[in-house]
Design a protein. Structure first.
Length: 415
């Protein structure tokens, strides 16, 4: 019986959902999906609760009918001689709100819901940029560590025959010391690259669900980068940027609050109907109407303050639009500069370094060039190649960010 329980427990563990659902690889092609999922599982939950709370308030909004009231009065004399004068009275009625306060409160509730959704979209963009940059940093650090590790391995393999030659006395001590210095520098660089990779991974893991996503090194699509500048299409769509949409809705909420404050003390109308009877047979009916008109409105001052705040937000929106235009223009220039630098590096320095390294490797095989010089050449080539990767990486980040922003603006600003 005990062994059966163990088997059943082990089976349940193996077949549990957490073990069946493997983490998805996180790469350039699906980082927007990862950001969407992580944001939905985190900050967006709080937003949905807030929006649901606001929607639930619809049932609590005042309507035209303020109250319904009824009363009955029975006046019965205590002496028997006066019982024929007993009086009964029944009255019922309702009070109504006049004016536009209910519609203004409904409008305020709708604008608050839209404002929460707009701010959520703005937060989502900020989170996506943060995740994209964190993944780019980890990707760069990982690739750098991989390349340096390959260089170190190759350097040690190439140095083994020279070590044996040095031990046999056929290799000069100074040349061997130069080689050891070069190998030590490579090892130190490898250790630093490993530390950078670990730190970048920790920072990335803070932003994603580690059970759902596993960061992977995916190749850069170099050919896809040499297309039209992705920021140019955003220049004419600045007003639809999530930050601007959020400010628009913030101003709308303030104006709606001002309208509610302006009409918070409405005129009310009361309608009552009643019946009065005096024993034994005298009775009559009546209808009563009354109106209550406030002589002052304490909400006017608060309404004026809300309108001033709304105007202030409108001015901030105009300023943010100008800042975004400048930023996008800067991004356009930056993207074009990166493309130019990449072209110059590829066709200039890198081509020369590759040619020189081929000659150095051939010279080393013919024992005309020292291994230390070959290693230095490799380091120079590695640094230039890594610089190319950095340029490609920045172009990739620019392209993904601008493309995703365009997608959000095209599909809908608020969902």
């Amino acid at each position: 019986m005990c062994s059966l329980r163990v088997i059943l427990l082990f089976t349940l563990i193996i077949l549990s959902p957490s073990t069946l659902l493997a983490a998805q690889p996180l790469g350039w092609d699906n980082i927007a999906d990862a950001a969407q999922q992580s944001f939905e599982d985190g900050p967006e939950k709080a937003l949905r609760m807030e929006v649901d709370s606001l929607k639930a308030q619809r049932s609590l909004l005042p309507n035209r009918v303020m109250d319904v009231h009824a009363s009955t009065i029975a006046q019965i004399p205590l002496t028997s001689s006066a019982k024929q004068n007993a009086q009964h009275q029944i009255q019922a009625g309702a009070s109504f709100i006049l004016g536009s306060l209910p519609s203004h409160m409904e409008t305020l509730l709708e604008t608050q819901i839209q404002s929460e959704q707009a701010h959520n979209q703005s937060k989502k963009l900020a989170y996506f940029e943060q995740l994209l940059n964190a993944y780019a940093s980890w990707w760069q650090a990982s690739l750098k560590y991989e390349h340096i590790t390959q260089d170190v391995l190759r350097a040690h393999q190439d140095s083994e025959p020279l070590r044996q030659a040095f031990e046999s006395g056929s290799y000069a001590e100074l040349d061997w010391l130069d080689l050891e210095v070069a190998l030590a520098a490579l090892s130190r660089e490898e250790l630093l690259a490993s530390d950078e990779q670990s730190l970048a991974l920790q920072q990335l893991q803070v932003l994603i669900d580690q059970e759902s996503w596993t960061p992977t090194i995916t190749e850069l699509h170099e050919d896809n980068l040499f297309t039209s500048n992705p920021w140019e299409t955003l220049l004419e769509r600045v007003q639809n940027h999530p930050t601007i949409i959020a400010l628009d809705h913030q101003a709308s909420v303030l104006r709606a609050q001002a309208n509610v404050e302006q009409h918070l003390y409405p005129t009310t109308l009361s309608l009552d109907a009643g019946w009065t009877g005096i024993a034994p047979s005298t009775h009559w009916s009546y209808v009563e109407a009354s109106i209550s008109i406030p002589l002052s409105n304490p909400g006017k001052a608060e309404a004026a303050r809300k309108r001033i705040q709304a105007n202030s937000v409108e001015q901030e929106k105009l300023w943010q639009i100008e800042l975004l235009r400048r930023e996008i223009l800067s991004q356009i220039t930056r993207y074009n500069t990166l493309l130019h630098n990449l072209e110059q590096l590829t066709q200039g320095e890198l081509a020369t370094l590759h040619k020189r390294q081929t000659l150095l490797e051939d010279g080393f095989k013919q024992k005309q060039v020292t291994l230390a010089r070959v290693l230095q050449g490799r380091r120079d080539l590695h640094e230039a190649s890594h610089h190319k990767l950095e340029l490609l990486l920045q172009l990739q980040v620019h392209t993904i960010l601008a493309t995703q922003l365009n997608t959000w603006i095209t599909s809908a600003q608020i969902k």
